[in-house]
Write a protein that binds this ligand. Structure first.
Ligand code: PGA
Length: 248
């Protein structure tokens, strides 16, 4: 049985005061049967680690460098994230692919670097609205996934995958449970062809997940939790999503 996972992706939001209140409220709303994590902006990692120490929650980053170390101004190495107790690093979020020109191979290299330092990469894949309307969803997510499979080889079973249709991110427009499940099943099949451990891998859905639509999404057989943006900034909403991820 796969343990469900709910990950908050704060994106570029927060302040020291707001974070302290949010983390305290979320922490106090546990325990959950699902695993819960928050991926915070890098400058807040120390305080997040202090706030969550000894709790059931884990924490992580929203990106990491594809490089080990050196002259890469502004980048944060996976080894640095590991020093701050990060368990996860999101890689290949569609906002990074779109605004920072990250290619499938760069995303795969980031995933490899994260794994090398003991972090679990949360690899995001997903199609744009134009791609969905052109009937390209399957080809796009398979292409994005296959770069990671090729690069990680036998380690691929150690990643978490997040299917995030770009048209559903921050738009209030969620994929229907059936639409999400169809892509998750496709990804599971692709991963199964690469590793027999794919049955144990966690595939998250992300894109306008809220407390009210989470139960139906999590009821789908191949949806093992969520990557939560906007709703992760509201303690009551995030806590309700974490509760919804309990296995029946
Ligand atoms: P959203 O973001 O929940 O605000 O749509 C999800 C994500 O981008 O990870």
């Amino acid at each position: 049985m796969r343990t469900r996972l709910v990950v908050g992706n704060w994106k570029m939001n927060g302040s020291r005061a707001a974070n302290a209140a949010l983390l305290q409220a979320v922490r106090a709303s546990g325990p959950w049967t699902a695993e819960v994590a928050v991926c915070v902006p890098a400058p807040y990692l120390v305080e997040t680690a202090l706030a969550l120490q000894g709790s059931m929650m884990s924490w992580g980053a929203q990106d990491c460098s594809a490089h080990e170390a050196g002259a890469y101004t502004g980048e944060v190495a996976a080894s640095m994230l590991a020093e701050f107790g990060c368990r996860y690093a999101i890689v290949g979020h569609s906002e990074r692919r779109a605004y920072h020109g990250e290619s499938d191979q760069v995303v795969a290299d980031k995933a490899k670097r994260a794994l090398a330092h003991g972090l679990t990469p949360i690899v995001c894949v997903g199609e744009t609205l134009a791609q969905r309307e052109a009937g390209e969803t399957e080809a796009v997510v398979k292409r994005q996934m296959s770069a990671v499979i090729r690069t990680l080889e036998h380690c691929i079973s150690q990643v978490v995958v997040a299917y995030e249709p770009v048209w559903a991110i921050g738009t209030g427009r969620t994929a229907s449970p059936a639409q999400a499940q169809a892509v998750h099943a496709l990804l599971r099949g692709q991963l199964l062809a690469a590793t027999e451990k794919a049955a144990q891998m966690r595939l998250l859905y992300g894109g306008s997940v809220k407390a009210d639509n989470a139960p139906a999404l999590f009821a789908e057989p191949d949806i093992d939790g969520g990557l939560i943006g906007g709703a992760s900034l509201v303690a009551t909403e995030f806590a309700a999503i974490c509760r919804a991820a309990a296995r029946p």
